[in-house]
Write a protein of this length. Structure first.
Ligand SMILES: [Zn+2]
Length: 168
């Protein structure tokens, strides 16, 4: 029985794990159960030590670790959860990548060029263009008048000059 007590001191074993290993080294099942029942082991503490041992090997998630302690080592759910609770997972798990929202970049809106579609009247004889209500426009039926809907810059680029009266 001293041997059993040494086992529990040296091994991070669950109750069932201890029984298994005692049986493996030659104790009868009854002896192993008796030893496990009477070794006054703190199974929670064993689970915590097992948990630490696992984390040395692999970065388990908490869920994985609990599952490993239960399925792999035979700890009870409560013991496994206690063992896992002693692990500071923040030291093991990579920090979750913060879901940074793309910073709302305040794109400086380029000043909208003064594109305004107006109706202009072009005197194809003089090369001047006017607002449609320019008082200098007479005889709108004259063939040298063309109406134009669009941007004054386009008219200028086409070689027309703004009227000096209506100042389009
Ligand atoms: Zn004019």
């Amino acid at each position: 029985m001293q041997k059993a007590l040494q086992f529990i001191e040296n091994l991070d074993k669950s109750y069932t794990g201890l029984i298994e290993i005692l049986e493996f080294v030659g104790y009868s099942h009854e002896e192993a159960v008796y030893a496990a029942d009477n070794c006054n082991a703190d199974w929670n503490q064993e689970a915590a030590e097992s948990a630490r041992g696992y984390m040395d090997v692999k970065d388990f998630s908490k869920e994985e670790l609990i599952k490993q302690l239960i399925d792999g080592d035979g700890y009870t759910k409560e013991q496994a959860e206690y063992g896992a609770s002693t692990i500071d997972f923040s030291n093991f798990e990579p920090a979750p990548i913060p879901q940074t929202e793309a910073p709302a970049v305040q794109v400086e809106q380029p000043a909208i060029p003064n594109v305004s579609s107006h109706e202009y009247w072009i005197n194809t004889d003089s090369g001047k263009f006017h607002y449609s209500d320019c008082r200098t426009i007479k005889n709108r039926e004259d063939p040298h008048w063309e109406t134009y809907h669009g941007d004054r810059a386009d008219l200028i680029s086409q070689g027309y000059d703004p009227c000096g009266v209506c100042d389009p």
